[in-house]
Design a protein around this ligand. Structure first.
Ligand SMILES: Cc1cc2nc3c(=O)[nH]c(=O)nc-3n(C[C@H](O)[C@H](O)[C@H](O)COP(=O)(O)OP(=O)(O)OC[C@H]3O[C@@H](n4cnc5c(N)ncnc54)[C@H](O)[C@@H]3O)c2cc1C
Length: 378
C-alpha cells in the first residue's frame, strides 16, 4: 500500500481545494426540500466547472480522474463540509452503468442531464420480498407492441420523489432461472402509472419511498444492456455503489469524532478513564477505516477490480458510526436527544447504516467467504 500522492494527484488536490474555498456551500439548511435544493445548487456549481463527475471520461463531461483522484475528490468534499451532490445516484450509479452498457443514443440522451442535475435518478432495485436476495424480485415487465408494460412494487427507493428516471430491474421471463429472467430498464417516473409514496423514517425525514407501478409503459429503446441481461447490468450498478463513497464517509466520521472529543473536553469528561478509553477505541477504528479504504484503492489499482475490502470498510464504517453516535448520547445524556441538536439526528440516522447498501450480515458473509476462505453458508 502506497500512501503518498504523486505530483499529479497533489496538483489535483490543490486545484480542488482552491475551488472548494471559492465555492463554499454554506451551512446545511433545515428541512428536506430546502436541503435538497441546496444540494442541487451545489451540484450545478460543480458541473459548471467540470467537477461534478471527476471519474467520468472527458468525452462525457468528466475529468477522466484516476481512482486515487476520485478518492481525493470525495475526501476533500467531506473535509470542506460540502454535501454529496443531489444527483448522487445518477453520478455514481446510473451514469457509469449507461457508459458500460448503453447504446450511443442512450449515452447521448442521458449522460449530460445527470451531470447538471437537470434529471435526477433513483434506483428501483429492492422490493418488499427482495432486498439482500435481489434476484428474487417479482416486478413484472411484459412485451406490448414496441415496448413493455411494467407492474409491481419497489421499496426503499431513495430520492424517488425528486426523480425523473429510475434504474428499474424487472422480471421479463418468469420461466428462466431467477438470475436469468431479468431485464434492466430506464423508466420515466413522470407517468400516471407510477405512484411515489414517501416512507417516514425514525429521523422524521422521508429520504426513501415506496414505488407502486401499475401498468407503466417503457419504450423498447429504454432497455439497457439487452433483454434478459438485467442481472449483469445490475451488478455493474452495484459494483459502482461503494466506489469513492468510503472516502467521504471516513472523513465525515473523523470530523464527528473530533467534535465529540471537543465536547467531552469542554465538559471535563476526558479525565474519566472509561470515557477516554471509549474515545481512544473510536480513534483507532477511525484510523483503521481510513487505512483500509486506501488498501482497497491499492487493490483496485493493482488488480483492476474492487476486492472484498469494500465490504469490510462498509461494515466497519456502519459499526463505528453507530458506536460513535451512541457514545455521544451516553456522554451528553438526555440533552443529546432533546436539545434538537445534530447528535439526535446522527444517532437515529446511524441505525440504517447497517442495512443500506448491503446489510452487515451479508457483508460478513462476503468477508468470511472471500477474505477468510471459510466454507459457503449456502
Ligand atoms: C437508508 C436506506 C436507503 C436505501 N435506498 C435504496 C434505494 O435507493 N434503492 C433500492 O433499491 N434499495 C434501497 N435500500 C434498500 C436496501 O438495499 C435493502 O434494505 C437491503 O439490501 C436489505 O434488504 P431488505 O431490507 O429486504 O432486508 P432482507 O434482505 O429481507 O434482510 C432481513 C434480515 O435478514 C438478514 N439476511 C438476509 N440474507 C442473509 C444471508 N444470506 N445471511 C445472513 N443474514 C441474511 C439481513 O442481514 C437482515 O438482517 C435502502 C435502504 C436503506 C436503509
Amino acid at each position: 500500500m502506497d500512501l503518498t500522492f504523486n505530483e499529479r494527484e497533489l496538483a489535483f488536490r490543490e486545484e480542488l481545494r482552491g475551488w472548494l474555498a471559492d465555492h463554499e456551500p454554506g451551512p446545511e439548511p433545515d428541512g428536506e426540500d430546502a436541503n435538497y435544493t441546496w444540494r442541487v445548487e451545489f451540484q450545478r456549481a460543480l458541473a459548471n466547472d467540470g467537477w461534478a463527475a471527476v471519474h467520468w471520461p472527458p468525452e462525457y463531461g468528466g475529468r477522466g480522474a484516476t481512482l486515487t483522484q476520485s478518492a481525493i475528490f470525495f475526501e476533500e468534499l467531506g473535509r470542506a463540509g460540502a454535501p454529496l451532490p443531489a444527483n448522487v445516484l445518477g453520478l455514481l450509479l446510473a451514469g457509469p452503468t449507461i457508459m458500460t452498457w448503453g447504446t450511443p443514443e442512450q449515452k447521448e440522451r442521458y449522460l449530460t442531464p445527470i451531470l447538471s442535475a437537470e434529471e435526477i435518478w433513483c434506483q428501483g432495485f429492492s422490493e418488499p420480498d427482495a432486498g439482500s436476495d435481489l434476484a428474487s424480485l417479482k416486478t413484472r415487465a411484459v412485451k406490448d407492441g414496441d415496448g413493455w408494460v411494467v407492474t409491481g412494487q419497489k421499496v426503499w427507493t431513495s430520492a424517488a420523489q425528486y426523480s425523473k428516471w429510475c434504474m428499474l430491474v424487472a422480471r421479463t421471463d418468469p420461466e428462466a432461472p431467477k438470475h436469468k429472467g431479468l431485464t434492466y430498464f430506464l423508466m420515466d417516473m413522470e407517468q400516471e402509472a407510477v405512484t411515489v409514496r414517501p416512507l417516514r423514517q425514525i429521523t422524521g425525514e422521508s429520504e426513501f419511498n415506496e414505488l407502486f407501478i401499475d401498468g407503466a409503459r417503457i419504450p423498447a429503446e429504454n432497455v439497457l444492456g439487452g433483454e434478459g441481461n438485467g442481472w449483469k447490468v445490475a451488478l455493474t450498478t452495484l459494483m459502482n455503489e461503494r466506489a469513492g463513497l468510503a472516502f467521504f464517509l471516513q472523513v465525515r466520521l473523523r470530523q464527528m469524532l473530533d467534535r465529540l472529543i471537543a465536547e467531552a473536553a469542554q465538559r471535563g469528561q476526558l479525565e474519566d478513564p472509561v470515557i477516554a478509553d471509549r474515545l481512544g477505541e473510536l480513534h483507532l477504528k477511525a484510523e483503521i477505516l481510513r487505512l483500509t479504504a486506501y488498501r482497497g484503492l491499492t487493490a483496485i489499482e493493482k488488480y483492476g477490480q474492487p476486492g472484498p475490502e469494500g465490504s469490510l470498510t462498509k461494515w466497519m464504517w456502519s459499526e463505528t458510526n453507530q458506536q460513535l453516535t451512541q457514545l455521544a448520547a451516553d456522554l451528553l445524556g438526555p440533552a443529546a436527544l432533546t436539545s434538537g441538536g445534530r447528535w439526535a439526528y446522527e444517532l437515529l440516522r446511524a441505525r440504517g447504516n447497517s442495512i443500506e447498501g448491503g446489510t452487515t450480515e451479508v457483508l460478513k458473509n462476503i468477508v468470511a467467504e472471500r477474505v477468510l476462505g471459510l466454507p459457503k453458508a449456502r
